[in-house]
Design a protein around this ligand. Structure first.
Ligand code: G6P
Length: 610
């Protein structure tokens, strides 16, 4: 989704802005632009499409200057075209502004400003803000005050950066509901919506909180609340390895991230398994374990792939800890009146830690006095900071829009939480010790599946032209079917549905004929016999079956068109294995269809608007 980068210092701003924007490409965007001040002249360049097009335009324009802002836009209000791209400027071309988020009262403000003869150029909600700033500035001639007064009139969410040609040594940024990170250098400052954009220049950062703004010149930075109260900020040192956000020889980030999973799952477990005691140690929720065990209900809330991980969490906690669990889409949770009390623990799951609906769920749950835990990947993200306690995934930055390694790490962390809680309740030490040993086998088991990727590529070849896919699973593998279908539709644009295998009879079976590929997760687990019957039902209707099965199961070969084997493993951790072939299958089909797998159309990595 939209990305922000800003610079003020003594270096040429354009290369820094373009470099930062490229690091934000993964978030998903449809146009990009920059604004620069040179002397007291404000120049804006923007382009529909990829950043490389903006880069070409800039190389023809020869702009220079040491203060500037840049943006990647993901359209909400108004078509994705060059006019609607950010930065936006006001009538007198004095201010340029970039914005992430949504201004909900923009139409009222627009009418008011049009009444005052402001001339609008775009269909965006953002443009009202730059005119509003201009309007206040006409009265008070004070850049900071004009921004502050304008922000106080807004309903909705924003992360903004704004420059003014009357004050070429000042950059202002502010946040409400959309992240802003400030990077500190020597006589230079960086602003971004995501640390990835600035980490090549500095690892000293501060994060703005909601309703805060920073007024930055080359020598210092002042942070205040929007209503002008001083704020003290900690400067944090972030550990960020730039290599982790590069493709390292892979054709796509998605493939790199799929292949990294033996390591990332290992990293999620690192230092968290206790052999002797047969349990897990999760420092971040150490003081909340009692509330979890005493709770009458655990409610998981998340979006997208993280929601699928939550469904697996539901299965694990109910099965092994015997606490009732509910799973809610964060977007639904926030708009009804959820029944929460002090006996409910809410656990939100989010790779980015910035998803708007999940964040809103956190705030609603806290308002209702529930204990709220966060399972996040991005360290220092808003959800990580706003939850009462939590566990990090430590999967490293995930760049591919379609989530892969974050999913397996989410399930790993949920399984670790389950082990910890089960050992504090009904699980024996000896069972715990054997579960710990199973965890340790995960990386090599994943490795074995990845080695088989040529076969998966060959199967993918046969289904490149399919228009529909059905994914079936039962029990703990049902959410895996949902996730497999989501992966395929996200990146290949083939319609795919995940279904509990037995439910197929209540609808999707009507779709099955010789043109319908059906992926069935049929591992040797507690549901094997039942799922074999479902395979027969598909076979009887001539559906093409791709089975994910357990090594050694030769019988299944006689029943299906293709088999992808995974090693035998405990049911407890099985989804971490069964999802891997489905990620690869989706990847190869999408690549063969010529799709942009890392930046699929219309999708965003981090959905920071409702
Ligand atoms: C977007 C991404 C998905 C992700 C979902 C939730 O839709 O494209 O890959 O699963 O958001 O994101 P989160 O960061 O909260 O896990």
């Amino acid at each position: 989704m939209c990305g922000i980068v800003g610079y003020i210092g003594n270096q040429e701003a354009i290369p820094i802005l373009l470099g930062g924007l490229k690091r934000l490409e993964y978030r998903g965007y449809d146009s990009a632009g920059v604004a620069m001040i040179s002397g007291q002249k404000l120049s804006v360049s923007k382009q529909k499409g990829k950043i490389s097009r903006l880069e070409t335009l800039l190389s023809e324009q020869n702009l220079n200057g040491t203060i500037g802002i840049g943006h990647t836009r993901w359209a909400t209000h108004g078509e994705p075209n060059t006019v609607n791209a950010h930065p936006h400027t006001c009538c007198e071309n004095k201010f340029a502004l970039i914005h992430n988020g949504i201004i909900e009262n923009y139409s009222i403000l627009k009418k008011e400003l049009q009444g005052k003869k402001h001339n609008f150029q775009t269909e965006t909600d953002t443009e009202v803000l730059v005119h509003l700033i201009e309007d206040f500035y006409k009265n008070n001639n004070n850049f900071e005050l004009a921004v502050r007064e304008a922000l106080q009139r807004l309903d909705g969410t924003y992360g903004i950066a704004v420059v003014c040609s009357d004050e070429p040594d000042v950059l202002i940024t502010a946040r409400k509901g959309s992240p802003i990170v400030l990077g500190l250098g020597k006589n230079e400052y960086f602003v971004a919506s995501d640390t990835a954009a600035i980490v090549a220049h500095t690892q000293q950062v501060s994060y703005l909180d909601d309703n805060e703004m920073a007024i930055i010149n080359r020598k210092n930075m002042v942070i205040k609340t929007i209503d002008d109260r001083p704020v003290e900020k900690r400067v944090e040192q972030i550990a960020f390895d730039v290599k982790k956000i590069e493709k390292s020889g892979y054709k796509h980030f998605m493939l790199k991230e799929i292949m990294e999973q033996p390591q990332t799952v290992f990293d999620s477990m690192r230092g968290r398994l206790l052999d002797e005691e047969g349990t897990a140690k999760l420092g971040g929720i150490e003081y909340e374990v009692d509330s979890l065990l005493r709770s009458r209900r655990v409610l998981f809330s998340a979006c997208g792939t993280s929601w699928h991980a939550a469904l697996i969490g539901e299965y694990l906690v109910e099965e092994y800890v015997r606490i009732p669990v509910e799973v809610e889409y964060a977007s639904e949770f926030r708009y009804r009146n959820p029944i929460l009390d002090r006996d409910t623990v809410v656990a939100v799951i989010s790779q980015s830690g910035e998803t708007a609906d999940t964040l809103a769920a956190v705030r609603e749950a806290k308002r209702k006095r529930a204990k709220v835990l966060g399972i996040c990947n991005v360290v220092g993200s808003t959800i990580a900071r706003e939850t009462d306690a939590g566990v990090y995934l430590h999967a490293g930055p995930e760049i591919g829009v379609a989530s892969t390694k974050a999913f397996t790490s989410q399930v790993t962390v949920l399984a670790l939480m389950t082990l910890l809680l089960a050992r504090m309740s009904s699980m024996s030490a000896s069972t715990g010790r054997s579960v710990v040993q199973e965890f340790k086998l995960l990386p090599e088991k994943i490795e074995q599946i990845l080695k088989n990727r040529k076969l998966i590529e060959t199967i993918a070849d046969k289904y490149v032209d399919a228009t529909n896919f059905l994914y079936l699973g039962r029990g703990i593998n049902f959410p895996v079917a949902l996730e497999g279908a989501l992966k395929l539709k996200e990146i290949s644009y083939i319609h795919a549905e995940g279904y509990p295998a037995a439910e197929m009879k209540h609808g999707p079976i009507a779709l099955i004929d010789e043109n319908m590929p059906v992926v069935v997760i049929a591992t040797k687990d507690s549901t094997y016999d039942k799922i074999m019957s479902n395979i027969e039902e598909v076979r009887a209707r001539k559906g093409k079956i791709i089975a994910i099965a357990t090594e050694g199961d030769d019988f299944i070969k006689t029943k299906v068109d293709h088999v992808i084997y995974v090693p035998p493993f405990t049911e407890f951790l099985l989804p971490i294995l069964t999802i891997i072939p489905l990620q690869l299958l989706a990847y190869y089909i999408a690549v063969k269809r010529g799709c942009d797998v890392d930046q699929p159309r219309n999708l965003a990595k981090s959905v920071t608007v409702e």
